[in-house]
Design a protein around this ligand. Structure first.
Ligand SMILES: Nc1nc2c(c(=O)[nH]1)N[C@H]1C(S)=C(S)[C@@H](COP(=O)(O)OP(=O)(O)OC[C@H]3O[C@@H](n4cnc5c(=O)[nH]c(N)nc54)[C@H](O)[C@@H]3O)O[C@H]1N2
Ligand SMILES: Nc1nc2c(c(=O)[nH]1)N[C@H]1C(S)=C(S)[C@@H](COP(=O)(O)OP(=O)(O)OC[C@H]3O[C@@H](n4cnc5c(=O)[nH]c(N)nc54)[C@H](O)[C@@H]3O)O[C@H]1N2
Ligand code: SF4
Ligand SMILES: [Mo]
Length: 761
């Protein structure tokens, strides 16, 4: 398969051999093999040796060269001039000025006024692993990233119920349930389209989809519960209630493995199923049939995603959703729901608190992305004064782009680490150019599978583009500029590392025992000492040594079952395994041990959530107004969207403008035509889009894709901004009460036809 540079006749080098790496466009990180030619990813196909994806890719992986060879890539550190333009500066100047700038802010206002946003996109979490040393050295601990735009509500519920993250084993489930999730387009679990096909063609298996849109996934479903947008709480409460009211719960499982069942049962017993079915717009018989199908199955796996996590009642929906598999005992068995091992935590354990200015909840160490501008744009003494953004584009991906830009303009120091001059980078004082994910060692920490869990260290396919650096080296240089670690501390570790991993382990334990402060800056210490001894191009993998030791301590049996004798053996296997390694092999019983409560039972009772279930009786199911009568879902995943990773619009084979999808009924009523233009207005902004009339949409519901409205300078120097930037239409305050996660899928809007203007001549 040739990628976009195939027509380039100026190629001078031969194609390399096939080299393993991974796709970086979604959290699956499917293994791929690539032939490189003249720094282009010339040929790409699925890697059959990758333990999770086994040769699978979707349509997007084949077009990764549009990321690798984005013509707008950064090739030098940039410093903003007072007039807002940028000048190139050398690395030494940039590092020195940035380190002393942050130091000055920490000294004057306190390190806690420095905030960190990002730390990794869909496939690159290694860089962020090194950021912690620099931040801790400054006394900075406040952070946020995209997980606080989607998963923190679910994490909060998970933390109460069992203290861990769950995943469904769809490959083997008799019944699969997708709630506000369209895996045909958005993937998110291994080999998604293959698995969906297998489910659809097997009459013994069923698929239940809860989605207002007739998505590609919904088309394959046996039960499509086509809820009205924003009414999932009623739908899920009714499904749970059917389980209780029709005595369909797994009583043996509940008695043995769940506490707090009775109060839940009491509340669900009161739920008026017929009324709730009507309120969410789902036929009552269909809803009951779906609940009965779940109850009758030997195994059920569920996936909730943005359709509920970015809609009203999102945290409540997470709670109600988990009842579906808990009440029916679909845990700790093949095809069910599982607690899995993790190679590195995505959330900070126990990281709860409140933000300094707005008092918003901090969950898993992350403050809501939505409050970031409000934590800056104020004269509150504890406001953030400085920020580091790494591998994220919050000026485009966080609610209310205008507010974010205004806030960032107030910062005394903003540093962005990215491969491209993004919307966020343009607001920065300094922009540091990173090597791409094919020019450095990289890895994903989205290791979420059970019973086999995979970790993949990707080797670089080529040297970093001149002028760029891998993040571990950027953080290493920033740390050296701060000068907080004494060279004398590092020397013995450097020598030991040269003698091999065993010697390094002994020396490390001794050094850490003598100076516990070293642990605080661990990734830096590993990078400086172990890093230089690792094979060419892999110094950035040094931090994985610590994580490998931790994995063995946390899951000793499962790591050994996967064939790794100890932490050093696991680390070595990771360094050598070019297509990824299985790091844990669990037995189904292990699920219970992974419940973090002392009694290893699921703690079902969450009083606030139960009060909210009760309150649904009187709560409004709609949030639109006469002024904004349509529900706009701002940010749907489509065939050619990949968050903000792909900036060159020519990577798309279709949907170049990112059309606004509307129902035929709305189009009629509003005078919209297919291919015509519409103006969308919300409480905070307005935009114009191309209309697509679609029978997938319910009347009153419209949808725009994510990842559009990014600017791009084409080869003629012209700026293009195809489609609508979804967050030009969303607002910071439109968010969940518990987790502060945004309601991007539920933005009240007004849509009007834009009359065609006749062009003279
Ligand atoms: N192609 C592609 N794939 C991706 C990504 C990408 O950018 N492009 N991004 C990745 C990332 S970061 C993520 S988080 C995942 C997200 O993956 P998904 O959550 O599957 O993605 P979305 O399309 O944003 O939303 C899912 C569904 O929610 C539905 N929905 C809208 N409103 C409601 C509602 O009120 N109730 C219910 N039940 N459903 C509703 C939409 O119709 C849509 O089908 O995708 C990942 N995969
Ligand atoms: N309205 C609306 N907003 C949304 C969503 C929505 O559905 N609707 N979805 C939300 C969700 S679920 C998510 S996950 C977020 C995603 O939004 P972001 O958190 O902004 O993450 P990405 O889009 O993955 O952006 C990754 C950035 O990393 C850069 N990058 C790529 N490779 C590298 C590298 O190797 N090193 C460095 N340093 N940088 C690199 C890219 O150029 C890009 O600027 O968007 C959220 N925003
Ligand atoms: S499923 Fe995700 S990781 Fe796999 S090829 Fe598609 S976009 Fe890439
Ligand atoms: Mo996401």
């Amino acid at each position: 398969m040739f990628t976009h540079k195939e027509a380039n006749l100026a190629m001078t080098e031969q194609l390399t051999d096939w080299q393993p790496t991974a796709c970086i466009l979604c959290e699956c990180n499917c293994g791929i093999v690539v032939q490189v030619q003249d720094r282009t990813l010339a040929r790409i196909r699925g890697d059959k040796n990758h333990p999770a994806s086994r040769g699978y890719t979707c349509n997007k992986a084949l077009r990764l060269d549009y990321y690798q060879n984005d013509p707008n890539r950064l090739t030098s550190p940039m410093r903003r001039r007072p007039d807002g333009t940028f000048e190139e500066v050398d690395w030494d100047t940039a590092i020195t000025e940035i380190a002393s700038g942050f130091k000055a802010i920490a000294d004057t206002h306190g390190g806690d006024k420095i905030m960190y946003y990002g730390g990794g996109g869909q496939g690159n979490h290694l860089g962020g692993a090194y950021s912690g040393a620099f931040l801790k050295a400054l006394g900075s601990y406040h952070r946020s990233n995209a997980l606080a735009q989607e998963k923190t509500g679910e994490h909060w519920v998970d933390a109460h119920l069992y203290g861990n993250h769950t995943r469904g084993e769809f490959e083997h489930s008799e019944v699969s349930v997708f709630i506000g999730k369209n895996p045909w387009m958005s993937q998110s679990f291994p080999r998604a389209r293959v698995v969906l096909h297998e489910i659809a063609k097997d009459s013994a298996r069923s698929m239940i989809v809860i989605d207002p849109v007739v998505t590609d996934t919904a088309k394959m479903a046996d039960f499509h519960l086509r809820v009205r947008p924003g009414t999932d709480a009623w739908c899920l409460a009714a499904l749970d209630a059917v389980l209780v009211q029709e005595n369909l719960c797994d009583e043996e499982f509940l008695t043995e493995h769940v506490s707090g069942v009775e109060s839940v049962r009491e509340i669900l017993a009161e739920v008026p199923v017929a009324d709730y079915a009507q309120r969410c717009g789902v036929n009552e018989d269909l809803l009951r049939a779906a609940a009965r199908r779940i109850a009758a199955a030997d195994s059920v796996a569920v996936f909730e995603d943005l359709g509920v996590q970015q809609s009203p009642n999102s945290t409540l929906c997470s709670y109600l959703n988990k009842m579906l598999w808990i009440l029916t005992g679909n845990f700790a068995k093949p095809g069910g729901q599982h607690l899995h091992s993790s190679f590195a935590p995505l959330f900070r354990p126990g990281g709860v608190g409140r933000t300094p200015v707005t008092g918003a909840p901090i969950i898993g160490g992350l403050m809501p992305s939505n409050v970031v501008p409000q934590e800056i744009l104020t004269d509150h003494p504890d406001r953030f004064r400085a920020m580091i953004v790494e591998s994220s584009n919050p000026a485009h991906s966080v609610a209310d782009s205008h507010a974010v830009a205004q806030a960032f303009a107030e910062l005394e120091l903003l540093v962005v680490i990215d491969v491209a001059m993004t919307e966020t980078a343009r607001l920065a004082h300094y922009v540091l150019p990173a090597a791409t994910q094919f020019e450095k060692a990289e890895a994903t920490f989205f290791n979420l599978e059970f019973p086999h869990n995979t970790f993949h260290l990707r080797h670089r396919l080529m040297e970093p583009l001149p002028g760029t650096l891998p993040e571990p080296e950027i953080w290493g240089r920033l740390m050296r500029a701060l000068g907080v670690v004494d060279e004398a501390e590092l020397t013995p570790l450097r020598h030991a590392a040269e003698a091999g991993l065993e010697a390094f382990t002994d020396a490390f334990l001794q050094a850490a025992g003598a100076n516990p402060g070293l642990g605080k800056v661990l990734p830096f210490v590993l990078y400086e000492t172990l890093g230089p001894t690792l094979p060419e191009g892999l110094s950035g993998a040094a931090a994985l040594w610590g994580l490998a030791q931790k994995a063995v301590m946390t899951y000793p049996e499962a790591v050994r079952r996967a064939g790794h004798a100890d932490g050093n053996a696991l680390f070595s296997a990771i360094l050598e395994g070019r297509s990824g390694v299985t790091f844990t092999v669990h037995e189904y019983e292990d699920d219970f041990a992974l419940i973090s409560h002392a009694d290893h039972k699921i703690a079902l009772e969450m009083p606030q959530m139960l009060a909210d279930v009760r309150a649904l009786t009187d709560a409004p199911t709609g949030l639109t107004t006469p002024e904004f009568p349509i529900v706009l879902s701002a940010g749907e995943r489509r065939a050619y969207t990949a968050n903000d990773i792909m900036r060159d619009p020519s990577w798309r084979k279709r949907d170049a403008d990112g059309s606004l999808r509307v129902s035929a009924e709305d189009a009629d009523a509003l005078g919209l035509t297919d291919g015509g233009r519409a103006r969308i207005t919300t409480a905070v902004g307005a935009a114009e889009a191309t209309v697509e009339i679609s029978d997938a949409m319910l009347p009153g519901h419209a949808s725009l894709p994510n990842g559009y409205g990014l600017d791009f300078i084409d080869s003629d120097g012209r700026k293009q901004v195809p489609g609508v930037a979804p967050n030009s239409l969303t607002s910071s305050d439109w968010r969940d009460a518990y987790a502060g996660t945004p309601w991007h899928k539920h933005v009240p809007a007004r849509i009007e036809a834009v009359p065609l203007v006749a062009v003279a001549g």
